[in-house]
Design a protein around this ligand. Structure first.
Ligand SMILES: Cc1cc2nc3c(=O)[nH]c(=O)nc-3n(C[C@H](O)[C@H](O)[C@H](O)COP(=O)(O)OP(=O)(O)OC[C@H]3O[C@@H](n4cnc5c(N)ncnc54)[C@H](O)[C@@H]3O)c2cc1C
Length: 337
């Protein structure tokens, strides 16, 4: 089989690349081994315009928020599924200091932050919630639905192979590459945490972190908002189901869910929620980041035959590195593997 571009990985990064190649009429083939325990398949999918305790504006938020919204709406229309929803974030203040800090930030970021005069929710849903702040616009991306719908489309077009890609079997030719029976001009790795298995990683300051989350049933929590204190509660598409997360662990022995995360999160939820909840599932994955905490895209040789993207969910922004040339980083020359 001959194709222009071979994409390795169909997480959010490979899906965007495949979508934009299709839009541009560029023939491509995707190899993804369909592992459910990867970052895109475990992520909350929140696009938040501010980040951290100090509510600093997310990197390039003014440009990327409207861009992401339009792009996800277009993808959803193409796939006939709802991919993105506007979902304001409610932050519950347990003490006057937290409320005062938020209100100082409102004056810096009035486009994204507000202290509403009347709370849009019943405060007694939560213990010790005296006042709320509102973060908007914020969006929730249904990543699972997007990835599986795009995968179905690729499958129908016979443009995806569901198997492990073994980089040692990739052979360079005068015009491009061969991989088993595939001949292509370019290879783009969108392989998430598995970038570490390739030697190219030595040229990028990689910073993997583990994230854990719980899936909960909270039938009485209104799903029109995302709720935040130290944890984030995101409504899932099945009514009454919620995603609670996530941890940000720099040091870890394995990528599996842990009982300690579950215990700590349940204890935090018991202190926070004044309504019943039930844990139905535990999730975990490694997110690949860089020390710079920026999305990254680049070719690793001047001939531009092989490249990588790393989709950094930094500051919770599902934005495409592929469309942000200003963030592209050229990998060092001569490190093509
Ligand atoms: C718990 C958790 C919560 C998160 N929440 C958010 C959030 O709310 N908002 C946000 O913006 N970000 C969030 N993130 C971060 C975000 O999920 C990641 O930044 C993003 O999903 C990375 O996407 P990716 O496509 O680069 O990599 P991945 O999702 O890891 O995709 C890589 C794909 O490549 C495949 N692959 C790799 N190597 C091979 C191979 N050799 N052969 C075949 N297939 C291969 C894998 O199976 C996988 O399907 C979260 C992360 C975690 C872990």
């Amino acid at each position: 089989m001959k194709t222009e571009v071979l994409i390795i990985g169909q997480g959010i990064s490979g899906t965007w690349l495949s979508y934009y190649l299709e839009k541009s009429g560029i023939d491509h083939f995707v190899i993804d081994q369909e592992n459910p325990h990867t970052a895109s398949r475990q992520a909350g999918g929140l696009i938040n315009p501010v980040t951290g305790r100090n509510k600093v504006k997310t990197w390039l938020a003014d440009q990327l928020l409207p861009f992401c919204r339009t792009a996800y709406v277009e993808m959803g229309a193409c796939l006939e599924v709802a991919v993105i929803e506007s979902k304001p974030i409610i932050e519950c203040f347990g003490n006057p200091e937290a409320a005062a800090l938020f209100s100082r930030r409102v004056s810096e970021n009035p486009n994204y932050l507000e202290i509403p005069s009347h709370s849009p929710i019943q405060l007694d849903l939560f213990h010790n919630c005296h006042e709320v702040g509102l973060i908007r616009p914020a969006y929730l991306v249904n990543v699972q639905s997007l990835l599986s719908s795009w995968r179905n489309r690729l499958r129908a077009l016979e443009k995806i192979g569901a198997y492990n890609f073994d980089v040692h079997q990739l052979k360079e030719t005068n015009t491009g590459f061969t991989y088993k029976d595939i001949t292509c001009n370019r290879v783009i790795f969108c392989d998430g945490a598995r970038i570490q298995e390739r030697q190219i990683s030595s040229t990028i300051p990689l910073a993997p972190t583990k994230g854990e989350a719980l899936i909960l049933k909270i039938p009485d929590l209104p799903p029109s908002f995302v709720y935040k204190n130290k944890l984030t509660l995101l409504p899932l598409s099945s009514p009454g189901y919620w995603w609670a997360g996530s941890s940000y662990e720099w040091s870890f022995d394995h990528a599996n869910p842990t009982s300690s995360f579950k215990e700590q999160t349940v204890s935090a939820l018991e202190k926070w929620l004044a309504i019943p909840f039930e844990v139905v599932e535990q999730r975990a994955a490694i997110r690949m980041g860089t020390m710079e905490r920026r999305p990254l895209v680049g070719f690793d040789s001047p001939e531009k035959k092989m490249g990588s993207t790393q989709w950094i969910g930094y500051q919770r922004l599902f934005a495409s590195p592929l469309l942000c040339p200003s963030v592209s980083r050229k990998f060092s020359k001569g490190n093509r593997h």
